[in-house]
Design a protein around this ligand. Structure first.
Ligand SMILES: Cc1cc2nc3c(=O)[nH]c(=O)nc-3n(C[C@H](O)[C@H](O)[C@H](O)COP(=O)(O)OP(=O)(O)OC[C@H]3O[C@@H](n4cnc5c(N)ncnc54)[C@H](O)[C@@H]3O)c2cc1C
Length: 686
């Protein structure tokens, strides 16, 4: 591996759950990869609940595994309780969930990153993305499809850099960090979580943090504005952590895990981990009374927070105020790990003052003397409205720039990791095509440095409330680096016999269908519908959930991992052999429905039994999928003139022009687009 003042094929910004998957995918694809994160010690940190999986989320973890990702393997080696949820219900809604040992989880994630060939980790903060104008016109309607003024904390920008103002599509050439490093890159994946312009709130206290005790990241949002991106603000919250030794567990209901542990990874044979129980407790009228009496001290209710929070994961004060008829709320008491005394109160998120959190917590049985080690808090942060992305997670206006995770408006480790993997695979494919077309990247000369940022006098100071003069100065610094880096880059490529500095490579992205993966549903929802509140996955979002069972993820997705080079031929062959055997079992069951397992592996037998039992429904769903594919595959030209269809309503035309769907299938899913509009489009596309 060459030295630092060199170049990287791919730079991944942030080493949370999305960043880990992106960086690992690129490094495993043989690309020289850099993962830059604000703190190496926070790699793979679980910001909130100490658990992985759950309804629909568990399916995503198994999909990540089938696609060659890391999350399933990490949780198999760090779990401290396992449960298969919804065991008494249909197979489409069953899902694995595990409590995680937070410290072990993060330790394993860090070790994987640090020991993977082709991958470098660097502790720094990225403050700027450098681009050049390309020779390709800007894709039509690359702006956010959301109505102007409808995004919480909206900042719209048409772009102020030379490249953005050129009217052509931009192309990534480098990044700049807070300490003034300039790095040449072919592609970039942004996975910045809750850190861009992050601000935490606890009662009357607020401070610039991405998570409590961790610095917010400034500069990158302003850089994205200069490139022409629209951003908004969202918020999320977390409960207080309590010291285990101060809880009287004799007053709590115990919740043990399952005896049978099904590994998340298709490659883990057996999970061998110590298991511990969780507990359940309930709030009561006294808890609610204290919350109600102090509600005006909540930053949510006092109007201090403008970001919109996750509707499906409300704070305890939200629940008490919204569901007045409820006299109690269930709280899960979950250990954060074996080697820590901290306990997590699932369902008890709060941003009321610490003293108030203390008082209402102590009204619960067993918590009379409980002591907090960390307070609950809310965090507000910038996100990039996701209709500005293609389904590959590449941004429409900047080629080679990909976004994944919470920056796209989602919430949850699994949602972040799933996007991270797809963005990583695609950033890797883009980088390979770039290598072919454009040749080498330039090494960075010692003379080319950015401006180090610091709060010390004499340095440029990036912060959350920059004045216009400061923003202008920041933009000037950025333009200067852009000129030097791009000149350097173009010369290097010319000297090596390549003359395509401004050309965008052609490449075929990996895009998962809605009938293939929850990750496909998630990304399609984000890029087609956008989101104005933290998006999390539910089974109800998937039309074809019977096809998306957690046990079928390898059947559905290994081919994509193989295509990207993340799984070997041997791994692919193994999956194909497994499913040939499954078909053999189903054929036997059709002939002899009551036959016993003659000796097939039990897991495969169980999967075949489900396939057999739901054969009729699966086939019906397959027919719907086939019909959808026929329509899905009808491509809509990027410059299609919707104005040429006179009977299209003005509203529908506006929406279609904003989103610019690539296919009829994508057009059909745009909120407010009617069947009649699709019929009209079909006629004009023939
Ligand atoms: C307070 C809180 C409560 C939450 N509650 C829930 C919940 O109840 N349920 C749930 O499912 N999810 C919850 N989440 C969300 C969950 O933590 C995230 O969805 C998930 O971690 C997102 O993963 P990510 O990879 O996108 O970002 P993160 O895991 O946040 O990682 C982002 C990483 O990027 C780094 N970074 C950011 N900007 C830069 C930069 N410019 N340069 C270099 N590095 C940078 C950060 O230091 C960090 O390491 C919560 C998060 C927080 C903070």
């Amino acid at each position: 591996m060459s030295g630092f003042y060199d170049y990287f094929d791919v730079a991944v910004v942030g080493a949370g759950h999305a960043g880990i998957e992106s960086a690992m995918a690129c490094a495993k694809m043989g690309l020289k990869t850099l993962i830059i994160t604000q703190s190496i010690d926070a790699i793979g940190r679980m910001s909130c609940n100490p658990s992985i999986g759950g309804i629909a989320k568990g399916n995503i973890v198994r999909e990540i595994d089938a696609l060659g990702g890391q999350m399933a393997k990490i949780i198999d080696n760090s779990m401290i309780q396992f449960r298969m949820l919804n065991k008494s219900r249909g197979p489409a809604v069953q899902a694995p969930r595990s409590q995680a040992d937070k410290l072990t989880y993060a330790q394993i994630a860090r070790k994987i990153l640090e020991t993977t060939p082709n991958l470098c980790t660097l502790m720094d903060t990225v403050t700027d993305i450098i681009t050049t104008a390309s020779s390709t016109p800007m894709p039509p309607n690359s702006d956010s499809a959301a109505e102007v003024g409808s995004i919480p904390g909206e900042v719209r920008n048409q772009g102020t850099t030379q490249a953005a103002k050129s009217g052509m599509r931009q192309k990534v050439t480098g990044i700049v960090t807070e300490r003034g490093r300039v790095i040449s890159v072919r592609s970039v994946v942004l996975t910045t979580g809750t850190f861009l312009g992050g601000r935490i709130f606890i009662g009357e206290y607020d401070a610039p943090c991405g998570r409590v005790g961790e610095q917010a990241a400034f500069g990158l949002t302003e850089s994205l504005h200069r490139l022409g991106f629209t951003t908004g603000r969202l918020k999320t919250g977390t409960p207080p952590r309590i010291l285990k030794s101060t809880i009287d567990f004799s007053k709590l209901e115990e919740q043990a895990g399952d005896e049978e542990i099904i590994p998340f990874s298709f490659e883990t044979e057996k999970v061998n981990r110590p298991m511990v129980p969780c507990h359940i407790v309930y709030t009561n009228e006294n808890t609610h009374e204290i919350i109600r009496a102090n509600i005006n001290r909540s930053p949510l209710f006092s109007g201090k927070i403008s970001g919109i929070g996750p509707r499906y994961c409300p704070s305890i004060e939200d629940k008490v105020m919204r569901f007045k008829e409820r006299d109690r709320h269930q709280i899960f008491v979950e250990p954060e790990g074996i080697e820590t005394d901290e306990m997590y109160l699932n369902g008890f998120s709060s941003s009321l003052p610490e003293s108030v959190q203390d008082s209402f917590m102590r009204t619960m049985p067993g918590f009379e003397n409980a002591v907090q080690s960390r307070p609950g808090y809310a965090v507000e942060y910038d996100y990039v409205e996701p209709t500005q992305l293609f389904p590959s997670l590449e941004t429409k206006r900047v080629a080679g720039l990909f976004n994944a995770g919470q920056i796209n408006g989602t919430s949850g480790y699994e949602e972040a990791a799933g996007q991270g993997l797809i963005a990583g695979m695609n950033a890797g494919l883009y980088a390979k095509a770039h290598q072919q077309l454009c040749g080498p990247l330039s090494k960075i000369p010692e003379t080319l440095t950015g401006t180090p940022c610091s709060t010390e006098p004499g340095h440029f100071f990036l912060h959350g409330n920059m004045s216009n003069a400061e923003l202008e100065e920041f933009a000037k610094i950025s333009e200067k680096i852009t000129c030097q880096l791009n000149k350097n880059q173009e010369e290097t490529q010319k000297q090596a016999g390549f003359n395509h500095f401004q050309d965008i490579p052609q490449w075929e992205p990996i895009v998962l269908g809605r009938d293939e993966a929850y990750i496909g549903v998630l990304i399609d929802d984000l890029v087609t519908l956008g989101t104005k509140e933290p998006y999390r996955m539910f089974t109800a979002r998937a039309e074809y959930r019977l096809k998306l069972r957690h046990d079928t993820a390898d059947r559905r997705l290994t081919k994509y991992a193989f295509k990207a080079g993340l799984k070997s031929q041997a791994q692919m062959d193994k999956v194909e052999a497994k499913y040939a055997q499954l078909e053999e079992i189903v054929a036997q069951l059709i002939k002899k429905p009551h036959m016993e397992n003659p000796g097939y592996p039990q897991e495969l037998w169980n999967e075949a039994l489900i396939d057999y039992k739901y054969k009729y429904y699966i086939e019906k769903q397959d027919r719907r999928v086939e019909k959808m594919h026929k329509m899905e595959n009808v491509k809509i030209p990027a410059d299609f003139d919707y104005g040429a269809i006179p009977s299209l309503s003005a509203e529908s035309r506006f929406k279609l022009e904003q989103v610019r769907p690539l296919t009829l299938g994508q057009a059909e899913r745009i909120s407010g687009i009617r069947n009649s509009d699709i019929m009209l489009l079909m006629v004009y596309l023939k």
